[in-house]
Design a protein around this ligand. Sequence first.
Ligand SMILES: [Zn+2]
Length: 301
Amino acid sequence: MKIGVDLGGSHIAVGVISKRNTIIAKREKDIVEVQKIEDIKQYIVDNIKLLISQVLKDVGAPSLVISKIGIATPGKIKNNIIYDIYNLGIKEFKLAQILKEYYNVEVNVRNDAKCAALAEKKIGNLQNYDDSVFLCLGTGIGGATFINGRMLEYAKHIGSEYGHMIIKKDGLNCKCGNKGCFEKYASMKSLKNGVIDLLKLDENTSSEKILEILINKVNKNEEKVNNYIDEYIDNLLTGLSNIINIIEPEAICIGGSFVYYEKVLYTKLIEKINSRKYNCNIPEIVLAKLGNDAGMIGALL
Ligand SMILES: [Zn+2]
């Protein structure tokens, strides 16, 4: 029985994954107020063990039947060790080794955007393309590249860091140390913060509320909001155009919370991209099929 673990900046999800890469049982836990947790690594390990015991109970199986564990996580991975999960303040985490010792099974850890990309390639909306790019638009922008049907995997580093491609000279400061990075203009976090600034909303306004504002466009703000969406799409297109010219993908698949904004963002993106010119064919722009479950499925592929 395979166990998929999705470690996010604010939640942990654990699932039992079938041979056909579907989720048979799933349990989740929010990591609330990280700053109040004294030992975040121990907290994560304890909760993963707890969630694993719960999902195994859900499917009526004892722990001995685990054959493999796959972990999707933010940050960089070298030699199965996780480095730099900024949102959780973790610099180094030997999570795979800890779980391997405890369960005595193979445990593999992989960057979450790469996991989601593999899941889309294997069972999602990138199955029919040899050359493609996956972009995860969420807190930041993660990415993966497939050439001739294979994901580019680098000897030492994470690679395909499209989020840190610079799209504005002397632009906004990014945590990577540069200015003007793509993710400062086109991530869902940047979209949300932009709407909050534009309409002078409370900084804790929920994503659901932002979505409602973008869809319904409260009357007096309609023009403002429309202009803001246009600017966001233009920034997104600048990044996509760079990717298209360098990689020449047949398709670009967009995942992350962007998929919830299909009506307001995706439709406009398609309109605008079709008026652009590239040296290669304009790629298909598809939305991710697997949503939030892609990470834990991809961690086992
Ligand atoms: Zn950056």
